[in-house]
Design a protein around this ligand. Structure first.
Ligand SMILES: N[C@@H](CCC(=O)N[C@@H](CS)C(=O)NCC(=O)O)C(=O)O
Length: 201
């Protein structure tokens, strides 16, 4: 399997975290690429020129981190990160949706600033940063993110990745202030080998 990725992408990082959790990291042929310059090696497999993109051994292509993670969870070893049984699955999907949307808000605001930020804060960046800040307050009060980080599911891992991205690109949010429980949770989950092996750069 060939994975197209770059180091600053929180979406690509989530895929790599899952690959490590599932014992698949060694089976991935990594193609490091900058999606923003629309390189031909990427656009010929993903016409959206986005990472992550995964080319399967039969030549089929998966795009979008949630779809790729679902696939890796199915083919990799060990416990399921996204359980098949409906009641448990819905709980994980709920957390995954929150964590991915937090990532979208944080990443979107960074990109808005980069492309439309000359002079003042772009309105969409301001909107998404406010949404990210409010959602962090909600997550701080949400006890469903696994208190034990020994057996994280896909929702927990996605939240770890979202918070790691905010530390990487949006330090000024100082998200730990007023959120001691979440801060302590993140300190634990970020020690997992899958998180340690996949730093942003
Ligand atoms: N929903 C997608 C988002 C992927 C995405 O936006 N990737 C960014 C890098 S973090 C990208 O490749 N952007 C290039 C572009 O939009 O042109 C996912 O979950 O994988």
């Amino acid at each position: 399997m060939k994975l197209y990725l770059n180091k600053p992408s929180p979406y690509a990082r989530l895929v790599m975290v899952v690959a490590h959790e599932k014992g698949l990291a060694e089976r991935l042929d990594l193609e490091w690429t900058d999606p923003w310059v629309s390189p031909e090696i990427l656009t010929r497999v993903n016409p959206f020129s986005r990472v992550p993109a995964l080319v399967l051994d039969d030549g089929g292509v998966l795009v979008d981190s949630s779809c790729i993670c679902d696939y890796l969870d199915g083919v990799g070893g060990g416990r399921a990160l996204l359980p098949a049984e409906l009641e448990r699955r819905v709980k994980v999907l709920r957390k995954l949706g929150i964590a991915k949307t937090l990532t979208d808000a944080a990443f979107g605001s960074v990109i808005e600033r980069r492309f439309n930020g000359a002079g003042s804060e772009p309105p969409l960046a301001a909107r998404w940063l406010k949404a990210a800040d409010t959602s962090l307050d909600v997550i701080e009060r949400d006890e469903s993110f696994s208190p034990s980080t020994d057996t994280p599911d896909l929702g927990d891992l996605a939240l770890g990745v979202a918070l790691g991205y905010i530390d990487f690109r949006l330090k000024e949010l100082e998200w730990r202030r007023k959120r001691a429980r979440l801060g302590a949770w993140f300190e634990r989950i970020k020690t997992r080998p899958s998180m340690q092996a996949t730093p942003h750069e």
